[in-house]
Write a protein that binds this ligand. Structure first.
Ligand SMILES: [Mn+2]
Length: 316
């Protein structure tokens, strides 16, 4: 059953004892949405916690402080935020995939896995939907809530630069700023800081990227050996496909990362180009502007398959 924001607000108001779930390899949006919702529910006097996500990277730990538990309490209401499909739950939470009561999300076109859901693919971030729900519930954001909602909104819009950024994103961010969010501090953390290893890897990518179709398409195939030699961590690897897409003239860019039984692909596209459609050819998905998937082929063959798929989409 699909619910409106007002109906979700009403559901949250009428019930109690919530446990919030985030997606595997958590990003700013799933973390910000969970923290914002948890603090909002607590401000209403509700029992609310977030299930500890074992994939959490250090950047996000301060936001989660004091909110997480290792096990959901007996009989609690499970709410998933920014979780597109049940297999996107962390592996350790897989046993809960048939027990989630409510999903709040902005990924469209996915298989429903909860009896109740609020899915708005028009929303740039899930955190903005949480902000709307807090508004429906007349909750005034405090600094901590504002920090969380700002992290979600700013990271999913690439600091208000991606095509999904709209008036609502700015309204939400303005409200976060008014409520005391540390705008400069979070921007420094997420948009103005790189490890030296990440910058070295970008240097390698600039040397090894392949441009084709008159420079409109770009692919970079990254051997595991290079990642290990440079010493990048998982955090460093986030959003590197955007870096290739930023090359002048490139409309659609793909990054391949070599793994044990194949290659992980990550695509970025400018408006009018469809990263999700290309990833769908390999069973993956996402948004038109940003999508991902997996190709069960060795690196060189996967690179060829991805280049062929990108050309096929361009010529379709
Ligand atoms: Mn999101």
């Amino acid at each position: 059953m699909f619910l409106t924001r007002a109906e979700v607000a009403d559901f949250l108001d009428r019930n109690d004892n919530y446990c919030i779930l985030t997606h595997r390899r958590p990003d700013g949006d799933t973390v910000g949405s969970a923290v914002g919702l948890c603090l909002g529910l607590r401000a209403m006097g509700k029992q609310a916690v977030i299930l500890h996500n074992p994939d959490t990277t250090p950047k996000f730990e301060p936001l989660f402080e004091g909110l997480t538990v290792k096990e959901p309490a007996e009989g609690c209401i499970l709410v998933a935020v920014d979780v597109a499909e049940d297999h996107m739950l962390p592996k350790a939470h897989g046993y809960l995939r048939n027990s989630v009561d409510l999903r709040i999300d902005h990924h469209g076109g996915n298989r429903e896995f909860t009896p109740k859901s609020l899915v708005d693919p028009q929303s740039a971030s899930c955190a903005e939907i949480i902000w709307d729900i807090l508004g429906e519930l007349d909750i005034q954001m405090d600094e901590k809530m504002a920090d969380a909602i700002y992290v979600g909104t700013s990271t999913d819009t690439g600091c208000f630069r991606f095509a999904n950024t709209d008036v609502h994103s700015f309204d939400c961010a303005a409200d976060c700023a008014a409520a005391g969010a540390d705008i400069f501090g979070w921007n420094q953390v997420f948009f103005e800081t790189n490890t030296l290893e990440k910058l070295r890897l970008q240097g390698w990518m600039a040397e090894n990227v392949k441009l084709f179709s008159d420079g409109k398409l770009a692919v970079c195939a990254l051997p595991k050996e290079v990642e290990e030699r440079i010493g990048v961590n998982e955090d460093d690897m986030g959003n590197l496909s955007s870096y290739i897409r930023s090359i002048e003239g490139v409309c659609l860019a793909g990054l391949l990362r070599e793994e044990k039984d194949g290659c992980k692909i990550s695509l970025r596209a400018i408006p009018g180009w469809d990263a999700a459609a290309v990833c769908a050819m390999f069973g993956g998905g996402g948004h038109a502007g940003a999508a991902g998937g997996f190709i069960k082929l060795p690196l060189a063959e996967a690179e060829k398959a991805l280049m062929d798929a990108m050309l096929k989409w361009e010529n379709s």
